[in-house]
Design a protein around this ligand. Structure first.
Ligand SMILES: C[S@@+](CC[C@H](N)C(=O)[O-])C[C@H]1O[C@@H](n2cnc3c(N)ncnc32)[C@H](O)[C@@H]1O
Length: 263
């Protein structure tokens, strides 16, 4: 959709979400308490998990990195700040990209943001040293096709790194998809002939989602007072009860970091 916006519900949701998230003091405080740093996250990672991913992909000041589904670009900026790499980011929300570009204008030699859809974005082959995506691959209509293209954009020895969760809402559905080797992403990687290593973050995600519930409740009045109670509602929905056992959680959720090196 390079130039054409898809006005579906999800698109409208993100368009409305990003300006509020960007200016909300309560959301900023929430991110600090839950993620360990305010990067306006829409994800399920602590900053330690981001640092772990970065330690796996080993960036330098010469690296060219792409963040797919970059939102307002604060993760891209964090990565560039600590590694000195040049980081590109694209997202299908024009509002998120505008906020990212405006905020980082003085760093525009190192941070490049553009509007784009994961389903039809194109880059020349052999462009990036690393491509990351945190909780955004869900929006690919054809995962195998999307990651095959991403792989082609990598330099030789370039790396892919994806934080990715699977949810099994229907208990009658097979538990197979919760296994790291059988998630839709693992299947797409296998079908595309891309070797991967995988790290299981299910337990960490369980703790994270419980902390999301507690922190959202602790900050509920702050959201109310600044007129952003819809942010509280959203954060509450993506959290779990502090009483839920890990055994129960594992029945419907699993989370992984997939790492691939182009050979
Ligand atoms: C769950 S959020 C994750 C954002 C960010 N990676 C983070 O970690 O905070 C998913 C992001 O994907 C973007 N998105 C949704 N559909 C997309 C698509 N078809 N192409 C590109 N980006 C998309 C949304 O606008 C949103 O910024």
């Amino acid at each position: 959709m390079a130039n054409e916006a898809p006005f579906d519900d999800m698109f409208i949701w993100y368009e409305e979400l990003y300006p509020s998230v960007d200016s909300s003091k309560a959301y900023s405080e929430y991110c600090k308490r839950v993620h360990g740093e305010d990067l306006s996250q829409q994800n399920f990672c602590t900053i330690d998990q981001i640092d772990f991913m970065l330690s796996e992909i080993n960036l330098s000041a010469d690296s060219q990195v792409l963040d797919i589904g970059c939102g307002t670009g604060k993760l891209a900026e964090y990565i560039s700040n600590i590694s000195k790499a040049t980081v590109y980011g694209f997202d299908y929300s024009p509002t998120a990209i505008r906020l990212a570009s405006e905020r980082t204008y003085s760093k525009r030699d190192k941070l490049i943001f553009e509007n784009g859809d994961i389903n039809d974005k194109e880059y020349p082959p052999d462009t990036f040293d690393a491509i990351i995506s945190v909780d955004s691959l869900y929006f690919a209509n054809d995962l195998e096709n999307a990651i095959t293209k991403m792989y082609s954009w990598l330099h030789l020895k370039g790396m892919l790194a994806f934080y990715y969760s699977v949810m099994r809402f229907d208990r009658k559905e097979s538990k197979d998809i919760m296994s790291s080797k059988k998630t839709p992403l693992a299947k797409a990687l296998i079908n595309a002939g891309i070797a991967y290593s995988v790290f299981d973050f299910t337990k960490e995600c369980y703790e994270h989602q419980k902390l999301k519930r507690k922190t959202a409740l602790d900050l509920k009045n702050d959201f109310k007072e600044e007129g952003t109670i819809f942010l509280f509602d959203y954060l509450f929905r993506e959290s779990i009860s502090e009483d839920m056992s890990f055994e129960d959680y594992k029945e419907f959720c699993a989370r992984f970091l997939y790492i691939c090196r182009k050979t």
